[in-house]
Design a protein around this ligand. Structure first.
Ligand SMILES: Cc1cc2nc3c(=O)[nH]c(=O)nc-3n(C[C@H](O)[C@H](O)[C@H](O)COP(=O)(O)OP(=O)(O)OC[C@H]3O[C@@H](n4cnc5c(N)ncnc54)[C@H](O)[C@@H]3O)c2cc1C
Length: 607
């Protein structure tokens, strides 16, 4: 009896916890009208063409400004940036920071009225690609300062707040940081424990708590800090974003530069706030909406992450080509061996796709489209995973020489490892992509199911509409229209794969129903297929635009698209594999083996 009651209590507790999680996610992600973006469209069997076609281009006037900036930046980086020395010294010299500030890199997207360059996110991505090509420490530093550090101020700051802080931040005279992570709030970002209590006279908040792993914290002059504030009229709390400056009494750096494996030039800190008085005027965005502020900021960070990874992948390709063409073994250059060719071809295909995906995603931000959280998450996971493969491949091509510190490869390997963890661990984002994507069709099925259980006139008409929609999407192959004749075959295949994907999502929802919320192995296949569909779409859009551009300019020869063609073949094959894995897999055995290890707590296995 007692056992049964406590089992029931546990179930109730789990239910309550699940309800709380769902409510939190609803509040965070689904407030406001829901436009059908590209990724959400995929999950419904649609190809939302106007988000991705034609391939976005930077307007001519800004392109000229960007080209000039890139020329200046390249010259500066050639002369002053020494990535190996930055890694050895675990520091980015002040002259590098000053130089980046002079060129405008540290305020690239900030409005001109505050001293910024007013660049679009697409143009900014080109700048970050250039830095990411050379030095990951420097690109992460710029990201921490500009993509996320001052982003909340740029997006949610009042005119007064911007006027007060931005002019010095955009020149690099002062630096910014973004402080979300704590011991208890890593992947579980909503679990922020830092407290902010209102002072008795109501003029300021008093902040207490600790943050860890914060890039730039010890060198920053302005930190966007997430802390928990009381919700008026209830005993609940919610997260709010504050501007904190290190001159505030009670701000204490606990460890300025935590020693670490890669991106060693960045300063990653732990800090504490002890009864720090922060004026109410320092709140960024609405009270209690700090999590939404943080996730919106991270949309920008994840986009420039894609740009930095693209730059690094291009470096991998350059290094691979160089070595494969010069190093000889068995009387042949390495490039003559098929297993080396395979690696080079894959790096080229992935680098092309990473650039296309970054450009398309950045254009969503520039066009002010609604809700691109899924696409930025996809970009982050896809580019960081592909880059890891690229580095591994070029490392292998260099053989033993890659292991030594006179070449950049061991540093690149160490530097790249953080990408799959920072700004949202890839597992968390993968699950997020699947769950948010499946929400649309899931709600339609729920409508149908609820009606079957409890029919009513109103419900029947809604369920009929939902049923028609689901069925229509499953039967119809969405139109994927391209201008170039030679791409029609790829476009048709992509359309068919979207229908196949939609069918697989529907089947998974019907088969597993609510437990799918916890089935991460299923979620991973669905998310991976969606990511490859998005990547292939971006490649198609880019290739179409390049072919048309060449035609307009009277180029007789079509541009060389061997890498893009390979990408389609590999991506389409992966998508088919992910979807096949939904019904043919080892999931039960995987779960059983893991459970056995986790419950026994031992490394010994019996035969
Ligand atoms: C060098 C560096 C710089 C950083 N800079 C900043 C910064 O400037 N600002 C800032 O706020 N933070 C920063 N971070 C923190 C970073 O964002 C976190 O490390 C990251 O969010 C993961 O949190 P965690 O380290 O606590 O890992 P945990 O949350 O403990 O997760 C560990 C692992 O568990 C797995 N996991 C966790 N949750 C799930 C799940 N739901 N499903 C499946 N698997 C799961 C994942 O594999 C994950 O990698 C930085 C971190 C590093 C290392």
């Amino acid at each position: 009896m007692r056992g049964r009651r406590s089992g029931g209590d546990l179930m109730n507790k789990l239910d309550a916890q699940r309800q709380k999680e769902i409510q939190q996610a609803e509040e965070l992600l689904f407030a406001g009208p829901q436009a059908l973006g590209f990724a959400k469209g995929l999950f419904q069997g649609h190809f939302v063409s106007d988000w991705v076609m034609p391939y976005p281009r930077i307007p001519a006037a800004q392109q000229t400004e960007l080209d000039d900036t890139l020329t200046e930046l390249r010259k500066f980086l050639d002369e002053h940036l020494d990535p190996a020395e930055i890694d050895r010294q675990a520091d980015i010299p002040r002259e590098v920071i000053d130089g980046l500030g002079r060129i405008g890199v540290l305020g690239m997207t900030a409005p001109k009225e505050y001293g910024g360059r007013g660049f679009s996110q697409m143009a900014n991505c080109k700048v970050l690609e250039e830095i990411g090509r050379r030095c990951a420490s420097t690109s992460v530093f710029v990201n921490a300062h500009h993509s996320i550090g001052i982003r909340a101020l740029l997006l949610f700051g009042t005119h007064e707040q911007k006027q007060k802080w931005l002019p010095k931040l955009v020149t690099g005279e002062q630096l910014g940081a973004f402080a979300l992570t704590e011991k208890e709030a890593g992947s579980d970002a909503a679990n922020v424990q830092m407290q902010a209590r209102l002072s008795e006279d109501g003029s300021h908040f008093i902040l207490n708590g600790e943050k860890r792993y914060i890039t730039n914290a010890a060198i920053a002059h302005e930190l966007t800090v997430m802390a928990r504030t009381p919700v008026p009229g209830s005993d609940k709390t919610a997260i709010t974003a504050f501007v904190v400056t290190p001159d505030m009494p009670g701000f204490e750096i606990l460890e300025a530069r935590m020693p670490k494996m890669g991106i060693r030039g960045t300063a990653t800190a732990r800090f504490a706030l002890r009864d720090v008085k922060v004026p109410k005027e320092n709140i960024l965005g609405p009270m209690g909406k700090g999590l939404k502020v943080a996730l919106t900021v991270l949309d920008f960070g994840r986009t420039t992450f894609g740009a930095c990874c693209t730059g690094a992948a291009k470096t991998c390709l350059e290094l691979a080509i160089q070595h494969a063409n010069t190093r000889k073994q068995f009387n042949k250059t390495l490039g003559e061996f098929e297993l080396v060719k395979k690696k080079i071809a894959r790096i080229a295909a992935d680098a092309y796709a990473m650039e296309a995906m970054t450009t398309v995603t950045a254009s969503f931000i520039d066009r002010g489209l609604e809700d691109y959280m899924l696409e930025t998450a996809m970009l982050k996971v896809f580019t960081t995973e592909r880059l890891w493969e690229c580095i591994n491949d070029v490392f292998q091509i260099y053989g033993g020489s890659a292991y030594f510190v006179d070449l950049p490869l061991e540093r690149m390997l160490r530097d790249a490892r953080i990408n799959q963890i920072g700004e949202g661990a890839n597992e968390v984002l993968t699950s997020f992509v699947a769950l948010v994507g499946m929400r649309g069709p899931g709600m339609e099925f729920k409508e149908i199911y609820d009606t079957m259980m409890k029919p009513s006139r109103d419900r029947i008409s809604k369920a009929w509409a939902a049923g028609k929609n689901r069925l229509g999407a499953t039967i119809r192959v969405p139109d994927v229209l391209v201008q170039s004749e030679q791409l029609r075959g790829h476009a048709r295949q992509l359309g068919r794969l979207i229908r196949h994907f939609n069918f697989a999502v529907n089947r998974a929802l019907i088969t597993y129903r609510e437990p799918i919320l916890d089935m991460q192995l299923v979620q991973e296949r669905i998310a991976n297929a969606a990511m490859d569909l998005f990547a292939s779409t971006c490649v198609l859009s880019r290739q179409d635009s390049e072919i048309q551009f060449a035609r307009r300019n009277g180029d007789a020869a079509a541009p060389d698209h061997a890498a893009a063609d390979l990408f389609f073949r590999q991506s389409f094959r992966r998508i088919r594999g992910f979807l096949a894995g939904l019904t043919d897999n080892d999931d039960k055995a995987v779960i059983a083996a893991a459970k056995s290890c986790l419950t026994s707590g031992t490394t010994e296995t019996t035969s």
